[in-house]
Design a protein around this ligand. Sequence first.
Ligand SMILES: *Cc1c(COP(=O)(O)O)cnc(C)c1O
Length: 366
Amino acid sequence: MKVPFLELGRETEEVHAPVSRALEEALRESRFTLGPAVGASELAWASFCGAGHAVGVASGTDALALALGAVGVGPGDEVVTAANTCVPTVAAIVQAGAAPVLADVDPRTGTLDPASAASAVTERTRAIVPVHLYGQCAEMEPILAVARARGLSVVEDAAQAHGAEYRGRRAGTLADAAAFSFYPTKNLGALGDAGAVVTDDGEVAERVRLARSYGESTRYLSVTRAASSRLDTVQAAVLAAKLPRLAPWNERRRSLAGTYLERLAGTDLELPAEAPDRRHVYHLFPVRTPRRDALRRALEALGVETLVHYPRPVHKHPAYADLARSDGALSVSERLSAETLSLPLYPQLRDEEQSAVCEAVLRASS
Ligand SMILES: *Cc1c(COP(=O)(O)O)cnc(C)c1O
């Protein structure tokens, strides 16, 4: 049996009726930017997260950049984040005018190591960006403690963590502000690019509102200098139409993950660990093995498509080579990028497909 990594068309099919109605409504209204659906979906998203405010913007990268700006990050500042993340996390820090500084990650969860983050802080540090990687929240309490002790802001990169929880609270409510992406393959996805900043701080929300549309407090009155990053009305309408599916989709992800954890427990693979104080929403299901490349080829030969998240830590990209640190400070991130392999996991993955993946992994591991 051929098992593709992701067949997004199945989700599209599942939500076809409510999404079509949302599209029809958006066409009928023809208010294509910041229309009524934007405010409605912002309210719905803030309420889902349990936060006071959500502000829709054009992408997750913009959400992170604008959130950083809104908490006071700018030129001359340093922002500490994890080396084991995808490029947009650091691209957003650069977009905010600041200098990214990379810290290492916890080998079990792949998320920011609080001790490494603390040691990366300098006098110029203004904020820390923990990434809730693969669908699991970073270890927030010690990270917040480091930030509090030094007067730093914390902004969550929650692009992979829609509905994930840390000590009973949802991603988006764990720090000063949070950035979500609704890129089509995320746990909640639009029909193109979309993002949101979530925060309990009304002033931060207001600054993001200004920053997403020329700094205008009302039409044709700019009170701050800003570019634009609006959420399309049509994307907001689609997100609101899909939101009721997010909780059941996350449940299905957790159930599929449970099956993988059970069936692959006897192998030599290191499986994703859900920390006891967190609720993982399995945006991805990355396993680890030193023979990653061989396993990947063997699975491919058996018809199972896998991906690597991520094939290189940020400082191994040519564009970010200057962020490398000489003291072996990022060695866990480097090892993870060589050993990690994501198995297919998405809500519409069929039980028989998952079985085929398990059998292929067991065959390739014996
Ligand atoms: C997807 C993603 C982003 C960027 O979101 P876009 O909407 O693609 O700009 C940022 N950080 C992480 C961890 C992501 O997974």
